[in-house]
Design a protein around this ligand. Sequence first.
Ligand SMILES: C[S@@+](CC[C@H](N)C(=O)[O-])C[C@H]1O[C@@H](n2cnc3c(N)ncnc32)[C@H](O)[C@@H]1O
Length: 300
Amino acid sequence: MVRAQGGQPRRHLSEAATYVLADSLEWLDGLPSNSIHAVVTDPPYGIVEYETKNHRKLRAGRGGVWRIPPSFDGANRGPLPRFTVLSPQEISNLHHFFETVGRGMLRVLVPGGHVFIASNPLLSTTTFHALQSSGFEKRGEIIRLVQTLRGGFKPKGAEDEFPEVSAMPRSCWEPWGIFRKPFPGTIADNLRRWGSGGLRRTSTEEPLKDVIVCSPTRGAEKELAPHPSLKPQRFLRRMVRAALPLGIGIVLDPFAGSGSTLAAAQAIGYTSLGIDRDPEYFAMAGTAFPKLVALQVRGR
Ligand SMILES: C[S@@+](CC[C@H](N)C(=O)[O-])C[C@H]1O[C@@H](n2cnc3c(N)ncnc32)[C@H](O)[C@@H]1O
């Protein structure tokens, strides 16, 4: 088991799941090298949306980069961050952030350890390139087919004038980059030595496939864990399961939010470690974790 360093608050959500309240960039520095077997994470895609200024606006219901998408069916929508407004400087900061996180993850992962990292179609090029720059080998992407409410709108204020025009496509997919820490020798040797280097198959007959249909997180699940970026258990459990080829080791989520990745790991029977710097999400995980673990989902 990882020995957590420093005096940061931590909570043992179960015997197999630990959540630390800390800044990941700093906290990763104190973890021993080669101590983590996989990372499954849904980071702040654009960084700015979880910076104090915008996060405060989200909580006060006052916008910033967070916008309520237009309603088509009368249902209440949660706010979504807008990434079209990022400046060139903010994009460059984003690259720097993920390169730094990438270097930290590379050091703590065992050779052959995988990273599964969520992004979105506007920013994934930057995020994924930064991870490659930090030393990871790109191993593909999982495409989550999911109907979002992003994009596809008519030109603002001139909807009637240009009824056949939209500013950009309506986004119907979410990319998850797959990266691996390089290792010498064969996968078989690495599996024997570190328990890593490959992906766990869905069954002995079927490998993990890179297109997965998964609807947005449902309202009932969001009530259990009211994080603005909650990922559904149905999808997370598939990612987490695949990330440990032999089912042995520790899964890290450095941007743990409600603790949903830790809950997915627990449901599968894996050991996990989560980090988030926000005290409200740290507290939320305490109550959300057992409920998310108990959630019945279809499929793996
Ligand atoms: C997209 S959310 C993750 C939500 C999570 N997937 C869930 O289902 O609950 C990103 C999280 O990263 C956290 N965060 C942002 N910057 C951070 C940093 N430097 N260190 C640790 N956590 C950070 C935010 O507080 C936020 O909860």
